[in-house]
Structure formats: structure tokens, C-alpha cells
Design a protein around this ligand. Structure first.
Ligand code: PHE
Ligand code: ZN
Length: 878
């Protein structure tokens, strides 16, 4: 597969504390056109806790070593050894200053890791192991150091020259500008950042709870400055929320955000100097959809929250990645729930978990929240680490309750401030504060796979007893065939004809909602004084990241859809009802009765749409997505799944036309501005429009065209465009709209991405050919990750129907693209691979074609990143 790269595996079990520590890090960057010289002065001491060797092994990759000295003594080639990954210096003293200078080439850095150039901007990305591409260092998170950085450039070259912390001086000597930064907080190298460019800046101030003034700055290209106001407001809301909710105050005098076009991920929490993908900062109603606004708010908060959960308290090693990511995602998701609709935020999170994380957990890359091993750490920035990790923290927060959870996080932040720690340290704080034994709960960190809960019930009318039996099962995952029993918190309620019932267990009244701690293989709970056959409302607010199997009757689901007081449960019951209809159709069984119930309940909701949260109703109209449906099968047939889902969509549109149209028209003028209410109205209205466009009727196409041309915000304009492009019979209208959209927005790169994405995700026609054409488009740029995501990832991940076309051509296409991208940007290449890795979950015909594409990719010279994913996918026994 890759003859040249030996791909060693890094294991948690092999963790050793560092042999040396770096007390102070002094860096000087001289930026020249075409190259950058980096000189470092590192104050190094032996780690008193670990002294086995006299040799210092530093990390370093793709560096041109120019000079090396210890204290004032220059080293010669006999004093050290250089390999492509390391610099080992023999026989170093107890304590010394290492002077080193290297040359690097940011202009040629297409991997976007280390110091690189993005349309004229110099910027860095060091997480996880990018700092070693800047200079020789102990590039591991448990080596925390105080950083001073000097940036030198030709006078006039850059107006913006930034690094972490406070600016000590900014002077000009001999035609050179010299800017000196100092970060007083110790940090690992992955949090280092540097930026140089000519940028505009939006400024504001925040007064912390203790009365300190913090300067807030968002740097962007001048043309985008006015698109930063929303991000600034979000930042201030996040700062306030973290003070109020976690007692966390900002610690520097200045907080900076820089927006960059070319970025592999969403954003990065570098201390005092966050670097953001433009897509996660810039927002303006004319050019940004509501969904993108919410993402900006969420990501701004996420990176800001890392200042405590990640930076002040960081990870000991990369196996502990979820310590900072799981906790920070939980924090940002609670923030978003507080700012917007809690039920809707929960639905979005659960949807992502079910359709992406559960799928990952059932595939060859399945790994625990705290993995045991990896070849390439960049491959482990996954939905399991982030989203499942957040669910694990959420369960802990729920087990402790708000008061104890807050005490436990206070303890965590104070005990480990300035340290690099483990997931276990975090759980330990929860245990100490609550006095609970969480040893079984800890399996959530070490055991991969999605637990299943098989639930059955029995009502004994004579005794007025209702019993629930819950049996747990964790499916095997690669490398973990034997699973232990988990601790699964199941929040539940019982519904009777008049609403929730009191839950009486062993003669004790427990109220109307309880949490069952399922810890054994099988548990039966008996509820007493139950006077009528109840409907169980299970796993309320999704109290654990598990799959629930319970055989709901149609009338039970109907009841929950209409009555459940938990918005999430209403949506979930609707998903179950839709899933029943779809599964029957997919399995070739009769589904008329089920479909009739579905239509009836949808009709009821739509007719009385004003009575409920419009955003919730919008989500309730969505059919379960294809990846989720596919995940319900041992071997899924993607063609059948797509066909059946499209048919049901069409059927619902046809039957509910009147209600949909009425809802669409009544909501017409109510949606102005960015309030939660206005956003909710838009989302419901645009859902109804998309449904109506399923029907071949010129009137509906006319509505979409009208909305497209009259829209005053991007949400409405784009929703109309999407409805037209995705409707098979609206081809002519769609072409016109696409042209005018491009005409109007060609100078807004982020909007052009949406224009690419809507075409690549079109669920009908020869999209592969369209995608090839888009790759040749003047606005496409294969070096820009957002463009690759907008075309290639949109096609592979958001177009189940056309990607799984039975010719298999799309699979082959993806493999070819990845081989090319891998030469430039391995991280992005590796991420694009995900859809092919699930080959074993599809019927043979598709599985073979997907496997063949993987095999053809394996013929290339591959990066460590892609190699790890391809080899794990192909080794998967079936
Ligand atoms: N640490 C970043 C975050 O989640 C993600 C990231 C990882 C960004 C690696 C870049 C590289 O906030
Ligand atoms: Zn993060």
C-alpha cells in the first residue's frame, strides 16, 4: 500500500512521562518571501520524575536544520542524530539552553499544518502534532512551557503580526518591524499560534465578573469586517455564560480571533489567539443562512470555552483528546440550548449522533471515547471523541445533578489548573464530589460500540401492575470482541389517557419522571397502582447514547407525538413512526395502515401548526435520513432505501398538499430578523416549500421562483434554490436560478460554496458528471478545504442516492480524488474516505464495488492518514 512509510502504532499502554521539560520557549520568526527562518531558545531541564536517559529526543519534521548549540557551545554532527522525524542530542546536561535555527517553507505547505500561507496570510495550525513542522521541540501536550515570540518582517510587509498572549513591544529597526509577544500561561506547543497579514479588525470590550477589562478583536480581510458583528456578540454571550454557568472568567487582557480561508477544520482554540475557518466567523443575513448563524455562535463559544476546558487544564496525551473535546462540546451545546430552543438543539445533536456516530461505531474505525491506539492522531478528531464524548459528560452531569456537577467541575478546574491530565482525573472529581462509585460508568470511556437496549413490557390489569424489562447488549467492535455490562441511565415516564402517571415503585411515589440505572444484563422494574395500560416514554431527552428497541404500537406513537411534554420525545416518536413505514416498504411488506396513521398525525400537526414550536414541527416533518436507515440493516440496499424514501416524501407531499400550502402561505410574512421565532418560522416554511416541490405542479415551482427572487435573506433565497435544484421536474427553473445565484454571489466565496454544495447534493440525474464539471469551474480551488467539502464531500456524504448509484462509478471517482488530494493534504483526504469505509454494511453488489475502490486506492503511495483508514477498512472481516 505504501512501501516507503512504516506506520508504527502509538499505544496508550506505552505512555511514559517525558524525560525532559521545557521551562521557557523563546521563538524568533523571520518572515521572508519564499521562506521563514525560525530560531528557538529552549530552557530545558530533566524531568525529576523520570530520568532514564541522557539523550534528548526532539520531534521535528520537514525542517532544514541550520544551527544547533547547547548553552553557548555549537554542536557538530557527532553530537546528535537526525532522522525524518526526530533530532536526538546525546548526553545533555541536567539543565541547559538549547539554541536551534531552522528554515521552513510556508508558501509550499499545502497540508495546512504547521506554518502555512493562505492567500497571502501567514498562519499556523499546530494541533495535534503540527508544531514539529515549525521547529524541533517536545511536541506533546504534557510538556507545558511559557512562550515568548518575536516576529520579524520587512517594514510595511504586514500590518498584522500576532501571537499568543500580550504584546510587549512593536518597533521598527533597520527597515524591519519587530513585534514581541509573551504568553504568561504555560501551555503545550499545540496551542501556539502566529499570524501575519494585512487585516482589518473589529474591536469591542468585555468586563469580566471581577471587573477586569478585556479587549476583544476579530481580524479579517477588510471586505469582511462588517460580517463579524454577530461573532462578536456571540463571543460576549459566551464569555458571560461561562462566568454564570461554570464560574470561569477570562484570564488575559486581550482575546483575538483571526479568520482564514484555508483551514482543515472549523476553528482552533490557540491561547488568546483563536484561528477560525471563515465559514465559522463571518455572518450577515444577506449572505448567511440561519443554520450557518447558529454554527458561528456555537463554534465561537466552543473555542472560547476551551480557554478553560483544554488550555488551562489540558490533555496528558492524545488518547485523552475527549477530555477537552467531549467536555467542550457538552459546554457549547448547553450554551446553544440556553440561547435558542433546547428541544431543537437536542434533536440536532441526536440526529448527528445517530446518523454519523452510530455508523462510525459500527464500522472499521470504531474506537472508544478514549482510544487505546492510533497510527495517525489526526484521524481521531471524530464524532465519537466529540459527540459521544459530550454525551458521556452529559450523563455524568445528569447523574450528579446541577449542584454537584458544578462543584465537581470547580474541583476539576482548580485541582488541575496548569496541568495536563486524563479522562480518569475528570471522572475522579465527579466521584469525589458525589460519593458515587463510577467504576462501571468508566466503561463509557474504554468500550467502543453503541449499546443496545431491548425493552419489553407487560400490563397486569388485575393487579394494576406494569412491568418493564430492559436487556442490554453491546455489539462487538474491532479489537473488542468481549464487552462488559455498561451503566446506562434511562430517563422515562409513563403516559395514561390524562397525561403522565405517577411512578410508584415498592410502594414509593417517585414522581412522574425517573431515571433507571441499568447496570445488569437484564432488569425488570415493576410500577404499581397503574390503573390503565400506559404508554412508556423511553430514553427521554436521549439520556444515554444507545439504540432502543421497543415494539411501539401505532396508537402509542401517535399519543407520544401529540402529547409528550418532552419536545425531543415527540420528534423521536415521529421518527419511529416514519421508520416503521419506511422499513415495511423497504422490506417489501404492506405499509398502508402505518402510512395512513402517519399522514393523519402529520395532518393534525400541520393544521394546528400555530399551536406548537415551529422549529420543532419543522424537524418533525423530516423523514429519517438515509445513512440512519441504512444503519438499521446488517446489509443495506442503498438503491431501495433511496427509492422508498423518495416515494414516501412524494406521497406525503401529495396527500398533505392543502395543509402544506396553507402553512407555507400563512407563514409568508412573519419571518423577519434573527430572533428564534423568526428563524423557526423560516425553517418550517422552507420545509413545507421543499415538500410542495416534490409535486410536479407549475404553481409550486412558481412559489419557489418567487421566493428565490424576492427573498431578503439567504435562508429564504437558498431554501428556494435548493427546493428547485433538488426537484426532478424543476430542471429548467433550477438552471435559471442557479445562474442568477452565481451571478449575484460569485464574489462571496462562502456563498459560492453553497452553490457548489446544492448541486453536488442533488438527489437525481447524472450528478457525477456534474461534479466533474464543478471541479473544472473557475471558482473551484482544489487547495481550499471548504471547496473540497462543498463539492466532493457534499457528493459523497450528503447525496446518498447518487453516490450509491449502482454503477459504482462514484466510488471509483472518490478513490481517484482522494489519491490526488492525499499528495497535498492528507488530513482532508483521509476525512473524505469515510463513506467508503462502511462497505461491509451494504448488500454484496455495492460492498464489492466499494471495496474495489478502496483496493484501487491502496495501490497508491499513501500518507499515514489515508493508509490507516484504508488498511483498517480492508482488514475488516465480514
Ligand atoms: N481543537 C479544535 C476544536 O475542536 C479542532 C481542531 C483540531 C482544529 C485539529 C484544527 C486541528 O476546537
Ligand atoms: Zn474543540
Amino acid at each position: 500500500m505504501s512501501a516507503s512509510t512504516a506506520t508504527p502504532v502509538t499505544r496508550l499502554a506505552d505512555y511514559r512521562a517525558p524525560e525532559f521539560l521545557i521551562e521557557k520557549t523563546h521563538l524568533t520568526f523571520e518572515l521572508h518571501e519564499g521562506y521563514t527562518d525560525v530560531s528557538s531558545r529552549l530552557t530545558i531541564v530533566r524531568n525529576p520524575k523520570n530520568t532514564k536517559t541522557n539523550d534528548l529526543a526532539l520531534h521535528g519534521e520537514q525542517l532544514e536544520l541550520h544551527s544547533l548549540a547547547i548553552d553557548e557551545r555549537s554542536l557538530d554532527s557527532g553530537d546528535y542524530q537526525l532522522t525524518p522525524q526526530n533530532l536526538t542530542i546525546y548526553n545533555v546536561p541536567e539543565r541547559f539552553v538549547l539554541h536551534c535555527s531552522v528554515r521552513i517553507y510556508p508558501e509550499k505547505n499545502t497540508a495546512l499544518e504547521g506554518l502555512y500561507c493562505s492567500s497571502g496570510m501567514y498562519c499556523t495550525q499546530c494541533e495535534a502534532e503540527g508544531f514539529r513542522k515549525i521547529t524541533y521541540y517536545l511536541d506533546r501536550p504534557d510538556v507545558m512551557s511559557e512562550f515568548e515570540t518575536v516576529i520579524i518582517a520587512r517594514e510595511g510587509a504586514f500590518s498584522t503580526m500576532l501571537s499568543n498572549g500580550n504584546c510587549l513591544s512593536d518597533t521598527v529597526h533597520d527597515g524591519k518591524r519587530v513585534v514581541h509577544w509573551h504568553d504568561p500561561f504555560k501551555k503545550p506547543s499545540y496551542l501556539f499560534a502566529l499570524v501575519a497579514d494585512n487585516l482589518a479588525c473589529l474591536e469591542d470590550h468585555f468586563t469580566t465578573q471581577s471587573g477586569r477589562d478585556v479587549l476583544l478583536q476579530i481580524y479579517t480581510e477588510a471586505k469582511d469586517r462588517e460580517k463579524c458583528h454577530f461573532a462578536m456578540q456571540s463571543l460576549k454571550r459566551a464569555m458571560r455564560w461561562d462566568e454564570e454557568t461554570y464560574g470561569r472568567e477570562y484570564d488575559l487582557d486581550r482575546f483575538m480571533i483571526v479568520a482564514v480561508d484555508d483551514f482543515n477544520m472549523g476553528a482552533m482554540e490557540n491561547k488568546g489567539l483563536n484561528i477560525f475557518n471563515t465559514s465559522c466567523v463571518l455572518a450577515h443575513p444577506a449572505s448567511t443562512t440561519d443554520a450557518a448563524f447558529q454554527r458561528v455562535e456555537g463554534v465561537i463559544a466552543h473555542e472560547y470555552f476551551h480557554n478553560w476546558s483544554g488550555n488551562r487544564v489540558t490533555c496528558r496525551d492524545w488518547f485523552q483528546l475527549s477530555l477537552k473535546e467531549g467536555l467542550t462540546v457538552y459546554r457549547d451545546s448547553e450554551f446553544s440550548a440556553d440561547m435558542n430552543s433546547r428541544a431543537v438543539k437536542r434533536i440536532e445533536d441526536v440526529n448527528l449522533l445517530r446518523s454519523v456516530q452510530f455508523v462510525e461505531d459500527a464500522g472499521p474505525m470504531a474506537h472508544p471515547v478514549r482510544p487505546d491506539s492510533y497510527m495517525e492522531i489526526s484521524n481521531f478528531y471524530t464524532v465519537t471523541i466529540y459527540e459521544k464524548g459530550a454525551e458521556v459528560v452529559r450523563m455524568l452531569a445528569n447523574i450528579l445533578g446541577p449542584k454537584l456537577y458544578r462543584l465537581a467541575t470547580d474541583l476539576y478546574f482548580s485541582r488541575f489548573d496548569g496541568q495536563a491530565v486524563t479522562c480518569d482525573d475528570f471522572v475522579q472529581c465527579m466521584e469525589e464530589i458525589s460519593g458515587r462509585d463510577l467504576s462501571q460508568f468508566r466503561l463509557w470511556y474504554s468500550q467502543a460500540g453503541t449499546p443496545e437496549l431491548h425493552i419489553s413490557d407487560h400490563y397486569d390489569a388485575d393487579r394494576q401492575q406494569y412491568s418493564l424489562t430492559l436487556r442490554q447488549h453491546v455489539p462487538a467492535t474491532p479489537g473488542q470482541t468481549e464487552k462488559k455490562l455498561m451503566h446506562i441511565p434511562v430517563k422515562m415516564a409513563l403516559y395514561g389517557n390524562q397525561g403522565t402517571l405517577n411512578l410508584v415503585i415498592d410502594g414509593q411515589n417517585k414522581g412522574t419522571e425517573i431515571v433507571l440505572d441499568i447496570c445488569q444484563e437484564q432488569q425488570t422494574i415493576v410500577f404499581e397502582q397503574v390503573v390503565e395500560q400506559p404508554v412508556p416514554s423511553l430514553l427521554r431527552s436521549f439520556s444515554a447514547p444507545v439504540r432502543v428497541f421497543y415494539d411501539y404500537q401505532l396508537d402509542q406513537l401517535q399519543k407520544l407525538i401529540l402529547l409528550d411534554s418532552d419536545g425531543f420525545c415527540r420528534w423521536d416518536a415521529m421518527q419511529s413512526l416514519m421508520r416503521i413505514v419506511l422499513s415495511k416498504a423497504i422490506d417489501g411488506k404492506g405499509y398502508q395502515a402505518e402510512q395512513t396513521v402517519l399522514i393523519k398525525v402529520l395532518r393534525q400537526l400541520l393544521a394546528d401548526y400555530a399551536a406548537m414550536d415551529a422549529a420543532l414541527l419543522a424537524y418533525m416533518l423530516d423523514l429519517p435520513n438515509e445513512p440512519y436507515l441504512a444503519s438499521l440493516y446488517e446489509k443495506a440496499n442503498p438503491v431501495t432505501i433511496s427509492r422508498v424514501r423518495t416515494q414516501l416524501q412524494h406521497e406525503l407531499a401529495t396527500q398533505l398538499q392543502t395543509e402544506l400550502l396553507n402553512c407555507y402561505q400563512s407563514l409568508q410574512s412573519s419571518a423577519i430578523g434573527l430572533s428564534a421565532q423568526a428563524m423557526a418560522a423560516r425553517s418550517l416554511r422552507n420545509r413545507t416549500l421543499a415538500y410542495l416541490l416534490q409535486i410536479d405542479d407549475a404553481r409550486y415551482r412558481g412559489l419557489a421562483q418567487q421566493q428565490f427572487s424576492q427573498a431578503e435573506n439567504m435562508t429564504d433565497q437558498f431554501a428556494a434554490l435548493r427546493a428547485l435544484v433538488h426537484a426532478e421536474h424543476a430542471h429548467t427553473e433550477a438552471q435559471t436560478a442557479l445562474q442568477s445565484f452565481y451571478q449575484q454571489w460569485q464574489h462571496e466565496s462562502l456563498v459560492v460554496n453553497m452553490w457548489f454544495q446544492v448541486q453536488a447534493s442533488r438527489p437525481w440525474g447524472d450528478v457525477l458528471q456534474e461534479v466533474r464539471r464543478l471541479l473544472q469551474h473557475e471558482a473551484f480551488d482544489a487547495r481550499n478545504p471548504n471547496k473540497l467539502r462543498a463539492v466532493i464531500a457534499a457528493f459523497a456524504n450528503q447525496n446518498f442516492t447518487r453516490f450509491h448509484d449502482s454503477s459504482g462509478n462514484a466510488y471509483q471517482f472518490l478513490a481517484e480524488q482522494i489519491a490526488g488530494i492525499d499528495q497535498r493534504n492528507p488530513q482532508i483526504a483521509s476525512r473524505l474516505l469515510t463513506p467508503l469505509t462502511h462497505w461491509h454494511r451494504f448488500v454484496d453488489k455495492h460492498a464489492c464495488l466499494m471495496r474495489k475502490a478502496l483496493e484501487s486506492l491502496s495501490q497508491h503511495e499513501l500518507s499515514k492518514d489515508v493508509y490507516e483508514v484504508v488498511s483498517k477498512s480492508l482488514n475488516k472481516a465480514h
